[in-house]
Design a protein around this ligand. Structure first.
Ligand SMILES: C[S@@+](CC[C@H](N)C(=O)[O-])C[C@H]1O[C@@H](n2cnc3c(N)ncnc32)[C@H](O)[C@@H]1O
Length: 279
């Protein structure tokens, strides 16, 4: 296992000897998102791409923070109110402040968490962070191939698919282009949920054909390779077959806001999320 101290981006204060699987010749979504959240695990190439995107779409950094806040409120709801004891977090991102397992374990230390990400830098950091943790693991897999996640022996060892389970797709389905069949991906995860299981999805939103959403989509896709701003109509089917938990599929900051949620943000119409429960 790599030492996390050698993996910090050049925004970090530590030296870095990167394992060969970490490619810093192209910007990475995980590292760009880390930069937006104020993290240190990013490189010049990620910052240049993120700054170029932000120049076109100034809401980019704000949306990353809105997304993170929503994710934490949802985890508190799932563990604290819905009694969820197992979580598969698809497209989990680089460890940062208030990770899913930390939020969950504040409420119930027994909650099991499987983190999944395609980016090797996430794996390296998460493995180091979780080395002493029996209830939380990380696997490398492509969200576009749900079976590779569900059939992974490490997933099957930690998760009992007959017990209360939630699948989190926080800021990930918008990184699956249409040709990767994001609806089919969501369906595959819904199929394995037990009755009373939950799916959470949050995504960039094209609110009523807003031209700024199209522009933002072109910019993030050009700079990072992926990033779809889908309409409400395109997002609702992610939850087909589920009962939406109140208040439904809504702007991110309208989903059970707490005292830290910025409810008057000018960018709130560019991001949405919802939680569905399998009947
Ligand atoms: C915007 S970040 C979201 C992180 C975290 N879920 C959150 O909401 O704070 C998107 C993450 O999805 C990962 N990702 C992108 N495409 C993926 C794919 N096809 N399979 C798995 N992970 C992917 C990226 O590496 C990145 O870490």
């Amino acid at each position: 296992m790599s030492d996390p101290a050698t993996l910090s981006g050049d925004a970090g204060s530590t030296p870095h000897e990167l394992p060969p699987e970490i490619d810093i010749s192209v910007p990475s979504v995980a590292r760009g998102y880390d930069y937006a959240l104020g993290g240190k695990n990013n490189f010049e190439i990620d910052r240049v791409a993120a700054d170029a995107y932000t120049a076109v779409f100034p809401g980019a950094v704000v949306l990353a923070k809105h997304n993170r806040g929503l994710l934490q409120r949802v985890v508190r709801y799932l563990v604290g109110e819905a009694g969820i004891s197992q979580i598969i977090d698809v497209g989990s991102g680089l460890p940062t402040v208030g990770n899913v397992h930390e939020v969950a374990h504040e409420i119930d230390p027994a909650v099991r968490v499987v983190y999944v990400d395609i980016d090797p830098i996430v794996l390296a950091h998460a493995r180091a962070l979780l080395a002493q943790n029996d209830t939380t693991i990380v696997i490398q897999a492509d969200a576009a191939d749900p079976r590779s996640i569900l059939d992974d022996p490490k997933t099957r060892e930690l998760i009992d698919f007959d017990k209360p389970l939630a699948v989190l797709m926080s800021g990930i389905l918008h990184h699956l282009p249409d040709e990767k069949n994001p609806l089919g991906v969501a369906r595959a995860f819904k199929e394995v949920l037990p009755s009373g299981g939950y799916l959470f999805a949050s995504n960039f939103l094209d609110d009523d054909d807003d031209p700024r959403a199209k522009e933002a989509e072109r910019s993030i896709s050009g700079n990072f390779g992926t990033g779809r701003f889908r309409t409400w109509q395109e997002q609702r089917p992610f939850f087909d077959g589920l009962e939406l938990v109140e208040p439904g599929l809504v702007y991110a900051n309208d989903w059970r806001p707490d005292e830290d949620t910025e409810t008057d943000s000018p960018w709130h119409t560019f991001y949405c999320g919802g939680v569905g429960r399998k009947p």
